[in-house]
Design a protein around this ligand. Sequence first.
Ligand SMILES: NC(=O)c1ccc[n+]([C@@H]2O[C@H](COP(=O)([O-])OP(=O)(O)OC[C@H]3O[C@@H](n4cnc5c(N)ncnc54)[C@H](O)[C@@H]3O)[C@@H](O)[C@H]2O)c1
Length: 338
Amino acid sequence: MGMLDGKSALVTGAGRGIGRGIARLLAAEGAQVLVNDLGASLDGEGRDTGPAATVVREITEAGGTAIANTSSVADFEAVEGMVHQAISAFGKLDIVVNVAGILRDRMVFNMSPEEWQAVLDVHLKGMFNTSRAASIHWRETRAGGRLISMSSTSAFGSPGQPNYGAAKAGVIGLTLSCAAALGRYGVTANAILPTGSTRMIDSIPQAREAVAHTGKLPSELAVGTPEDPENVAPLIAFLASDAAAGVTGHVFGSFGYAYALMSQPKIIKAMRSERPLSVDELVEYVPKAFGGVMEGLELEYLGPDLEALAAQHGGWVEVRPGLYYWGSKLEPYGELVW
Ligand SMILES: NC(=O)c1ccc[n+]([C@@H]2O[C@H](COP(=O)([O-])OP(=O)(O)OC[C@H]3O[C@@H](n4cnc5c(N)ncnc54)[C@H](O)[C@@H]3O)[C@@H](O)[C@H]2O)c1
């Protein structure tokens, strides 16, 4: 018995990396899976039917059910076809996981409009395309649904990725909108800040250090370690399951063997006057009212330092042998019972 027996899923970008791990685990948990992957290079060029076909073969050889689709998520009509392909093959579509992604990193002052648009098209328009087509199905069937989409810590200030950061922040915005709009149809929507040493990580400057020290790329060193992209998949399978029916409108982090919950955006300080304030007054009052929390970005764009954060919040508590937890003292969410 799998947690997802009787369910069907569409996973985009499932031919490699994080998406491959998700598609394989959803199938292992009993879901029938449409494996979508354009087979593009890291910057989105070209196409190859190989990655999707390989993952379909891996799933069927392991006893699961999967079919391939090699369309681009950026193509509105093709994504409608993709969703219909899943519905006609499996009879319905319960789970959509948006993973397809590309990179065209450049400083904002050097970025071409084409580099901007290509990244927005795959990550953000791609998510709109799948969400729109699937939500029409979910609104008709009233059988519920799951929308799970890969955002990134780059949404919070990665300097060399203005296109990618904007697209990934947009993924969070679209997730929150869908959570608010589709809850009445039993649909949940959540975003993930994933990590995993895939070819995407092989492309960043720090990867050169790994090659210099070991002769291997980060993706080759990652198998079976906290950096393995497969570590994201259990969180996705949980969110896709009936056990997570009440979990919606959240942003989760998946960092190695650690999972984290982001706070909801909230006002943290305010000042108020009984009359309009002048600019001169704001020059004086703003630093007094909001100073201390305006120094700069708190989140490291390559992934937060969970150890440092834990230390700030009272340290890790061992809640089961080998399982550790900390919660922010700033969040009034009550004590957890383990
Ligand atoms: N690896 C990380 O640490 C990390 C961190 C934050 C966010 N992410 C996000 O997670 C997702 C997966 O990343 P990954 O590291 O596994 O990358 P990856 O390059 O290994 O896999 C991405 C897959 O998407 C496919 N793809 C690209 N464009 C497509 C399109 N238009 N239509 C359909 N498929 C397309 C590619 O062919 C590829 O197989 C991406 O959205 C990425 O932005 C990854």
